[in-house]
Ligand binder design. Structure first.
Ligand SMILES: Cc1ncc(COP(=O)(O)O)c(C=O)c1O
Length: 388
């Protein structure tokens, strides 16, 4: 469906002349594959998030794949992860021949992985835990990182929704202002078109662990000792010293990403204003639950999610918005409800199952207006009780 079909699309790209100019300059430079723009983007990204190392890759899926390999979560190992997630973590777990073990979320209002559930699912075979900061709201990282330390297993953040969000911890166990991505062995970000920092496709790995940097960089580029830009700059030999892939990022998207990174705090602030307006308006109804309605911490406000009490109620809401020209989507079906993962049992993770069967994501992007949010809320509040 073309975007123009919708009066209000789910998301809209938000870039202007600066990004166009940055991309044009790269084209004029006549160097397109990984080079100085990628290096500069990595440095600026690491600095902005307060983490030592950043490694740009082709997508968050390749970031997850490399991260699992780098921490040794492979070949029969178990990887505990939320049942309420985009399928990338589960797919990548299988791709490294490990086994995804699904843990339930805390509640319909706080749909991130439950620390108690993580504890329950850890076995002698567990090598890593993957968490996902749903909709941009950080997971309970203080408790989760303590569990991982206690069991000596690696912690991987799928931070695709939460770029620029800060952890919140009532006991102040994190240094003030710790950004998402800085509280784990590795954190993975996506720059796919619908993300808060969007360049079409792309990803980033953040880590404070110096020992992981070289293996990650090598695997990104075929297991090579010298990289493409090094060879362009004069290195005339390379060896292959590990398994490897082509998960490289490129110069045009890095140049655009650098501009988008500078704009990120302002754009996240705008998202916050709109999300709070939605929450205030929707507090006048109790038919549909609103995720994170009472959340007091920081967020990147990536998604605005409502949860209907049944699939029938969900269909009524989707139809009401669709007939008015408002696009919605489903983020996400419970992973063990998906055919490819149907060997899992979604009854094992009932909160994720109910969330997946009821969730409706409504438009949230910096270019949305407060008036449009009001109109969408009016539509939500007047959803018919039945189609008859
Ligand atoms: C939570 C989550 N994880 C992983 C991914 C995969 O990202 P990519 O498309 O960059 O591989 C996405 C992308 O939509 C996502 O939302």
């Amino acid at each position: 469906m073309p975007t123009s079909y919708w009066k209000i699309p789910l998301f809209d790209l938000d870039y202007g002349e600066e990004e166009i100019e940055a991309a044009t300059q790269v084209l004029r430079s006549r160097w397109l594959s990984m080079g100085p723009q990628v290096e500069a983007f990595e440095k600026e990204f690491a600095t902005a998030m307060g983490v030592r190392h950043a490694i740009a890759v082709s997508s968050a899926s390749s970031a997850l794949y490399l991260s699992l390999l780098a921490v040794g979560a492979r070949d029969g190992a178990e990887v505990v992860q939320p049942a309420m997630n985009f399928v990338a973590a589960a797919n990548m777990t299988r791709a490294v021949r490990a086994v995804p073990i699904f843990a339930d979320i805390l509640s319909l209002e706080e749909p991130t992985i439950s620390p108690e559930e993580i504890r329950r699912k850890i076995t002698a075979k567990t090598k890593a835990v993957v968490v996902m900061h749903y909709a941009g709201y950080p997971c309970r990282m203080a408790e989760i990182s303590a569990i991982c330390r206690e069991h000596q297993i690696s912690l991987i953040e799928d931070a695709c929704h939460a770029i620029g969000a800060q952890y919140q911890d009532s006991q102040k166990r994190f240094p003030h202002g710790r950004f998402v991505g800085g509280c784990s062995d590795v954190a993975c970000f996506s720059f796919y078109s619908n993300k808060n920092l969007a360049v079409g496709e792309g990803g980033m790995i953040l880590t404070d662990r110096g020992d992981l940097v070289e293996p990650l960089k090598r695997m990104r580029c075929h297991g090579m000792t010298q990289f493409v830009w090094d060879r362009h700059a004069g290195a005339d030999y390379y060896d292959i010293v590990s398994e490897g892939f082509n998960f490289r990022f490129d110069e045009v998207r890095a140049a655009m990403g650098r501009i988008q990174l500078r704009k990120l705090p302002e754009k996240n602030k705008r998202r916050a204003l709109l999300a709070h307006h939605y929450q205030e308006r929707l507090s006048q109804q109790d038919r549909f639950k609103v995720a994170y309605r009472n959340y007091s911490g920081d967020s990147a406000y990536h998604l605005m999610s409502l949860i209907a009490s049944s699939q029938e109620e969900r269909a009524l809401l989707v139809q009401q918005l669709k007939s008015a020209g408002v696009q919605t989507t489903l983020h996400y079906p419970c992973v063990s409800d998906l055919t490819a993962f149907s060997d899992g049992d979604s009854d094992e993770t009932p909160v994720s199952r109910d969330f997946g069967r009821g969730v409706v994501v409504v438009p949230l992007f910096p270019g949305l207006t407060v008036e449009q949010v009001d109109w969408i809320c009016d539509l939500i509040c007047s959803t018919p009780r039945s189609t008859l």
